[in-house]
Write a protein that binds this ligand. Sequence first.
Ligand code: VGL
Ligand code: ZN
Length: 210
Amino acid sequence: MTYGKNTALIVVDVQNDFCPGGALAVKNGNRVVSVINSLIDSFEIIIGTQDWHPVNHGSFASCNEGAEPFSVRALNGVSQVMWPDHCIQGTHGADFHPDLHSDAFHLIIRKGTNPDIDSYSAFTENDGVTPTGLKGCLNELGVRKVYVTGLATDFCVMYTALDAVKTGFETYVIEDACKGVDFPEGNVLKAVSAMKEAGIRVVQSADVRL
Ligand code: VGL
Ligand code: ZN
């Protein structure tokens, strides 16, 4: 059984650099892999995303003179956390986690490719206006409902889900199929509240799996 063609599973940034041992490791980030794999058979449309930065990306502390990792600066007028170098195009860190069933993805959206702006959301860059193409693709496929999973709960998952609900999709976040950076501490809890407040339904994988 599947949810059919009006429902998509979105798997956000399950990449080596966001897993233990990676450049921007999310605590227990690897644990989402088996949960996401167990959901794949319930969906006919599965979209993967990949954080996909050039080496000179403006979100990297290393590209901003004197910036400490995890400090906050402005990048072309948009507030930006200065991240350690991560998910550089074509590197092992940017690859999907090796155990993730990424061959099941029908489409992969690569984001964060413009060095001048970050893109947490899989729909829109952090300027709030530049589209990645995901909305057009989902609309053309006839998708109305999305289930969001992956890394990190308080950054790319949250911004993707917030854009999805704002765009008019019925939006679910599968909580145990996500893990967060939790920077600053408490940020995951804050993200979950913000998502609920926006009308996103926060659910558990056991309740979603068919
Ligand atoms: C992410 C920080 C920087 C994410 C991406 O995938 O949540 N977080 N780049
Ligand atoms: Zn990034």
